[in-house]
Design a protein around this ligand. Structure first.
Ligand SMILES: [Zn+2]
Length: 231
């Protein structure tokens, strides 16, 4: 069960008081999607993942807090354009604004993750164009982080995980060739059996030009079906 409590927050940028729901508990029973979108009730709590000030548009986990440099970003041209643009008021836009803040603060992992959340929010309302743009942004940030990690350690498992997630992000955006190239390059690396199974599954989806969401459990089910068929 998901439980909430109400809280009042004073915006750290403009001082406006607003009421917010804070999630006390939820569950994520079941299998995540291949891009790690959570299952269970958590999947449907995205409205509560970030607070947003209705006046100045600042978004954060707690809008009462502001990190150094954030005021300049929120009051800047790019953020304002996003805040008042065509996606104004949508959940996808809330995550895109958070992505921009992370990007400007130099946190590319955060920027990628918030862009991916924006894609999930856009998926839920059938906004395919925004979902695609947000996914490409997420892929770009994740690949940037992976490349930085690999410079320090060519066998970085975090880089492998990010690149595996990016194969799915690219596939869901219909970037077939890029997704295939990335999947092929991962196959040539030292990867564990679980990642290998994910990559092989992705390759079969890519051959079918399949851009639908799939769950991690779908791989296990396919493996089991193959075992039964080969008996
Ligand atoms: Zn505000």
């Amino acid at each position: 069960m998901t439980s909430f409590t109400e809280t009042f927050e004073k915006c750290g940028i403009c001082g406006t008081f607003t009421k917010h729901m804070v999630m006390l508990s939820t569950n994520s029973f079941g299998s995540p999607d291949l891009d790690l979108r959570p299952p269970g009730m958590k999947r449907h709590t995205m409205d509560e993942w970030l607070q947003e000030c209705p006046k100045c548009g600042y978004v954060s986990v707690f809008i009462g807090e502001i990190k150094e440099g954030v005021r300049e970003i929120v009051e800047g041209e790019e953020y304002s354009a996003l805040h008042t643009g065509p996606l104004s008021g949508t959940l996808a836009n809330r995550f895109l604004k958070a992505s921009l803040i992370s990007e400007c603060l130099g946190n590319r992992k955060g920027a990628g993750t918030y862009a991916l959340y924006a894609a999930w929010a856009a998926d839920d309302v059938g906004d395919r164009a925004t979902a695609r743009t947000a996914r490409l942004k997420a892929a770009e940030h994740y690949m940037g982080v992976a490349s930085r990690l690999e410079k320090r350690d060519p066998t970085s498992t975090r880089a492998i995980t990010l690149k595996t997630q990016t194969v799915d992000i690219l596939r869901r955006s219909g970037r077939w060739e890029e997704a295939e190239q990335l999947a092929d390059s991962l196959s040539e690396q030292q990867i564990d059996a679980k990642i290998k199974a994910v990559i092989n599954f992705q390759k079969s989806l890519l051959r079918q030009r399949n851009d639908s969401p799939h769950r991690v459990n779908d791989i296990i089910n396919i493996d089991e079906r193959n075992k039964i068929n080969s008996q």
